[in-house]
Ligand binder design. Structure first.
Ligand code: SAM
Length: 268
């Protein structure tokens, strides 16, 4: 598509081109951060993020300007990061897990597209991948994502519940392993029970389910249960719920392992 050149903005002349790295910092501790994320953090002058995530970064933030905001202030965070980068700063905007999976990367692009501010369009943007909660949970459990899987967020704050219901029903019918993000909060108590019922329409009550809580953080816990016995009250916003497909197996042991075979041995 041919585009007319953007008009010159005198305020931008001579100003260095700012950078914005949208960084997934993994689920928690430094061990779960990629080397690429560490390098991107090291190169930043300013770090923008939710206070808890900035605290998790510890010494990686030494000598950097810290811009902390509260839970739920995602749009304000993304705007602040864009404005700092537009002013020529080297900005890191941090997201937990992977920044592109229910993270801030998408909000950055949405703001740039919607608001068409020329100073934001000049920013060099880099999205740096991180280990998402479902990957961290899967590695602790064994190999539950070894065959087709999907992720569904149960948060209906931004997505209408009927849309989420339709996706849950399709995932249930399609026999995907399902990673449930944002499963339950103080304000949203009913969605997880409803999701369990939709999945039970196509899956046995004995289907293995894992509750992975606080991965990579103090108090990390992993519990394996079944779909029929899913303890709804044990789940909160710091939990990733992984529901097996009809093929997912529980291998007893210490610890017990979950895996979903790809079918190598069945071909023999
Ligand atoms: C807004 S989403 C962010 C997901 C994140 N971008 C990722 O890739 O993991 C928040 C949800 O991710 C899951 N989650 C994020 N970090 C987690 C952790 N350390 N332990 C368990 N679940 C986590 C929970 O389901 C939580 O409600």
């Amino acid at each position: 598509v041919a585009r007319a050149p953007a008009p010159l903005d005198p305020a931008q002349i001579g100003r260095s081109r700012g950078t914005l790295a949208v960084i997934g910092i993994g689920p928690g501790d430094a061990a779960g951060r990629t080397a690429e994320a560490d390098a991107a953090l090291a190169g930043a002058s300013d770090v923008v993020g939710y206070g808890l995530y900035l605290d998790l970064l510890g010494p990686a933030l030494d000598a950097k300007t810290r811009h902390e905001s509260g839970l739920g202030a995602e749009e304000a965070r993304a705007r602040q990061a864009l404005d700092l980068a537009a002013a020529g700063r080297r900005v890191a905007l941090v997201s937990s897990g992977d920044a592109g999976i229910y993270g801030l990367a998408t909000l950055v692009f949405e703001l740039i597209e919607r608001e068409a501010r020329p100073e934001w369009r000049r920013i060099a943007i880099d999205v740096v991948p991180g280990v998402s909660a479902m990957q961290a949970a899967a590695s602790r459990l064994g190999a539950p994502l070894g065959h087709d899987f999907c992720a569904i967020s149960l948060s209906d704050l931004l997505t209408p519940w009927p849309v989420i219901e339709r996706r849950l029903a399709a995932a249930a019918e399609g026999d995907f392993v399902v990673a449930l993000y944002n499963p339950r909060s103080e304000q949203r108590q009913t969605q997880l029970g409803a999701a369990r019922d939709l999945l039970l329409a196509h899956r046995q009550p004995e289907t293995p389910v894992a509750l992975a809580r606080n991965l990579g953080r103090a108090g990390e816990s992993i519990e394996i249960t079944t779909l029929g016995a899913l303890p709804l009250d044990a789940v909160d916003m710091l939990t990733l719920v992984l529901v097996g497909s009809s093929a997912t197996r529980l291998l007893p042991g210490t610890p017990p392992r979950l895996y979903t075979p790809r079918g190598y041995l069945a071909k023999r």
